[in-house]
Design a protein around this ligand. Structure first.
Ligand code: ADP
Ligand code: MG
Ligand code: ZN
Length: 625
């Protein structure tokens, strides 16, 4: 049996069904041939007539019976070791009388009609009927279970087949997540509001005495990778209570009502374990707004949501069950889910600021060996807009690089390179760039850098490189703000657009308008987006003023915008965007034209070196001033 299980465990589709039937058959045949007779029948031993006579002489025969059908004697006799056995022998014709008298001489011999060879009718029944059926049942069960697994992996059918059979789903809480608030760097506001939840879980009585009710549900909202899941685990770790963690999608079932049943099970078990935390990750999977169309075709999801709403009303917050949920699409959640008494507390988990990023770097660097004196602030500044998950990834990339370089510890350079790797993709060492392209990319990148340096308002250049990266960039210019900017002025945005157009402008200046390349596509996209946002979102144009022309949905997932204006206005916006970018390009072109000498000089220096720092760049720029 063990062997069969193993094969199924490996998910072996290689062994066909017939294999299992064969094994079954062989086991049964062996049973019938060997075990069954041993258990049910006394073994009948055929002996010769003179053996029979000598056994009578030595007085070992106990019972005798004459079988008419085949004219033979059956008898029970003791063997040498005193054990009883059943024997059979043929009758010697004409010898009957003499044999009979000889047997009679021994008073111990009993004459019977038959010698029973079958031991126990109940046992026989068990062995010959119940046991094989049981065997088939077990093997069939194993088979069907492995088939379920296979079906389950290939689609939802596995669950579907178990419909009606499955009982309550048992949720196993994590007793100690091992994560504490110390593992979550930055996010101080979020931690502050969650600390209240922790203290409530420690001592629910303290709150109920005053009559204070804690929010039943806390919703963590924020962009992906900012530590929402991590925070929920940390709350459980700090409060030292069981932690039920379920993803919203786990409730989505094939049959109407199954998801609702799961919600019921979950809350029942959570109530038994109280105080505890129930965490529903990615709650938007079940909590989406119910629509009124009536053709939504998703009854199951609605039922699950309704059940969740009902359970949230039903459970007693005093007992200490706290519901946490996380999402990055709060605007898509059903309003009923957000009303007071349900998820009424919202904790924003935003992208980390400079201090937060530095802290996250340090938390993750604690897990790897680093050299002394790493400039964490510089790393934090170079990663504006990165999420906690990205920073964790950067630290790991740095550690991998240190191993590749056969070093014991991670150093500053590893970290800086890994930031680039995560932002722009890994350096493509093998990519062959022709000398001509390399020269063009040098001009392009220096074009960006020069415009940035000569146009006040943009961040200083910290690095220029023409080493291609797997992200597709043939080179790039890195700018780092010395401090975090929360507000940007119109002139700053305009200089940023100019900087973005500087690359293409340099190409045009050096090679002529007919020889511009595809290398500027990313710049163009960014510049256009900025110009459009200036007009439609920030109200920075004289033509439209402070009228919102766009609405933003999915704020935490990149922020798709949709225009909210007449077609005529849309046309005018397009024209204005065009004009803005065009003007910026013209200005960048004239800046570069005036500084043609510097452009040539720095570009050929970059062409030689392939990577130059912001300081080197500034030195050449300021030479001879
Ligand atoms: P999400 O917000 O998408 O749920 P997670 O909580 O799953 O993000 O975060 C993913 C990983 O990113 C975490 O396991 C952790 O390693 C890292 N991380 C994210 N934010 C932080 C933070 N504030 N401090 C430390 N690590 C973080
Ligand atoms: Mg998450
Ligand atoms: Zn460019």
């Amino acid at each position: 049996m063990e062997e069969i299980k193993d094969n199924q465990g490996n998910g072996g589709n290689k062994k066909p069904l017939i294999y299992y039937y064969l094994v079954c058959l062989i086991v049964l045949m062996l049973l019938n041939a060997l075990v069954t007779p041993m258990l049910t029948n006394r073994q009948i031993i055929d002996v010769s007539y003179n053996d029979f006579l000598s056994m009578i002489d030595s007085g070992r025969v106990r019972e005798v019976a004459y079988d008419d059908s085949d004219g033979a004697y059956m008898f029970v006799a003791e063997d040498d070791s005193g054990r009883e056995g059943v024997y059979r022998t043929g009758v010697w014709p004409g010898d009957g009388e003499r044999l009979l008298s000889q047997l009679r001489e021994n008073p111990e011999v009993k004459f019977l009609a038959t010698i029973p060879v079958q031991e126990n009718p109940l046992l026989t029944f068990l062995v010959s009927w119940i046991f094989p059926i049981l065997l088939f049942f077990i093997i069939g069960n194993l088979l069907s279970r492995s088939m379920m697994k296979r079906l389950g992996a290939s689609g939802g059918l596995g669950n579907a087949l178990q419909f009606g059979k499955s009982g309550a789903k048992v949720y196993v809480p994590d007793e100690h997540t091992g994560v504490t608030f110390n593992d979550v760097a930055g996010q101080d506001e979020a931690k502050e509001s969650l600390k209240e939840v922790v203290s409530f879980l420690h001592d629910p009585g303290k709150y109920s005495e005053i009559g204070a009710k804690l929010p039943k549900g806390v919703l963590l909202v924020g962009p992906p990778g900012t530590g929402k899941t991590l925070l929920a685990k940390a709350v459980a770790g700090e409060a030292e209570v069981p932690f039920f963690s379920i993803s919203g999608s786990e409730f989505v079932e094939m049959f109407v009502g199954m998801g609702a049943a799961k919600v019921r099970d979950l809350f029942k078990q959570a109530n038994e374990k109280a105080p505890c935390i129930v965490f529903i990750d990615e709650i938007d999977a079940i909590g989406k707004k119910r629509d009124a169309s009536g053709f939504s075709g998703n009854d199951e999801r609605e039922q699950t949501l309704n059940q969740l709403l009902a359970e949230m009303d039903g459970f007693d917050a005093k007992k200490g069950v706290v519901l946490l949920a996380a999402t990055n699409r709060p605007e898509s959640l059903d309003p009923a889910l957000l009303r007071p008494g349900r998820f009424d507390r919202r904790v924003p988990v935003e992208l980390p600021d400079l201090a937060g990023r530095v802290a996250i770097f340090k938390v993750h660097a604690a897990g790897v060996k680093t050299e002394e004196g790493i400039d964490w602030n510089a790393l934090g500044r170079a990663t504006a807009g990165a999420s906690g998950a990205e920073i964790a990834n950067m630290v790991n990339e740095a550690a991998l690089r240190a191993v590749r370089m056969h070093r014991e510890k991670v150093n500053q350079e590893d970290l800086e390179v890994s930031i680039e790797t995560v932002v722009a993709g890994a350096e493509r060492k093998s990519a062959v760039v022709s000398e001509k392209d390399k020269r063009l990319v040098s001009y392009h990148e220096v074009g960006h850098a020069l415009v940035a340096a000569l146009e006040s308002g943009t961040a200083p250049v910290t690095k220029i490189t023409i080493v291609p990266h797997t992200g597709g960039a043939l080179g790039y210019t890195m700018q780092v703000e010395s401090e975090e900017k929360l507000l940007m002025s119109k002139s700053e945005i305009l200089s940023q657009i100019e900087t973005l157009t500087g690359g293409r402008a340099a190409e045009e200046l050096v090679y002529g308008r007919d020889n511009m390349t595809t290398g500027a596509s990313n710049d163009i996209e960014k510049a256009t987006k900025l110009a459009r946002m200036m007009i439609t979102r920030y109200g920075m144009s004289d033509e439209f003023g402070m009228v919102a022309l766009e609405t933003v949905s999915n704020r935490y997932l990149g922020g798709d915008a949709s225009l909210q204006c007449s077609e005529k206005t849309a046309g005018e916006i397009d024209a204005l965007v065009f004009k803005t970018v065009q003007n910026a390009h013209d200005r960048a072109y004239s800046i570069l034209e005036e500084n043609r000498e510097k452009l040539e000089k720095i570009a050929s220096y970059l062409y030689e070196k392939e990577t130059i720092t912001g300081d080197e760049f500034m030195r050449i720029l300021n030479e001879g001033k």
